[in-house]
Write a protein that binds this ligand. Sequence first.
Ligand SMILES: Nc1ncnc2c1ncn2[C@@H]1O[C@H](COP(=O)(O)OP(=O)(O)OP(=O)(O)O)[C@@H](O)[C@H]1O
Length: 239
Amino acid sequence: MSLLQLTGVRTNYGPIEALRGVDVHVKQGEIVTLIGANGAGKSTLLMTICGQPKPASGTIIFDGQVINDLPPHETAKLGIAQVPEGRRIFPRMTVFENLQLGATLGNPAHFDEDAAYCLDLFPILAKRRDQRAGTLSGGEQQMLAISRALMSRPRLLLLDEPSLGLAPLIIRRIFDVIADLNKTRGMTILLVEQNAYHALKLAHRAYVLAQGQVVMEGAGQELLANPEVRAAYLEGGSH
Ligand SMILES: Nc1ncnc2c1ncn2[C@@H]1O[C@H](COP(=O)(O)OP(=O)(O)OP(=O)(O)O)[C@@H](O)[C@H]1O
């Protein structure tokens, strides 16, 4: 059974139909990637799962429960954590305070262990522990955003364009960590990426979204080798 199952999901912004009947599922322990051009609806899909905006129709089931009508704080309580595009860390708070905030939904008994885990995962954050988050580089902020999400021990991690605007070396580190979280912690991950090469390489399965609809799906490696995918999303890209 899938941990997450979207069936016929439609999401509108007023007259704009951002999702037009999307079927996507994610099984426990999988990395699933969504790729697609700007405006295809990828971010809307992640946000709809979290509860804002709400789907106009269709069904979203998480661990056997229909979550269509749940607001973001309720989906977060169920174990869905999102690292949004643009990171949205708290710039005036320190690195450590950001981690503390991320842990508010978690079990306080796990705090020390989880903070140590994150600071070990990204040693640069340990160095910057008492520094205001707004003074970090883009890559460090992304590492903090991922760490903050991990502090609640999510059952499903949603990552929206984690490589956006980062240098190639940092991108590699971020993708290594995503792979490692999945391998060593069994973390289930739904990843939205413009960087299709890295994202498809990493994914067990992937979907291509265009104009609010799934137009292709398959194993990550299969889509990576697909001539249409290569022409549309890979050739000329930086990887
Ligand atoms: N808050 C909003 N209000 C109105 N329209 C929106 C809003 N957010 C997104 N849209 C529109 O919904 C459609 C899907 O946008 P979305 O951001 O989900 O796409 P995306 O695939 O994530 O693109 P990008 O890679 O540029 O973030 C686009 O037509 C976009 O202009």
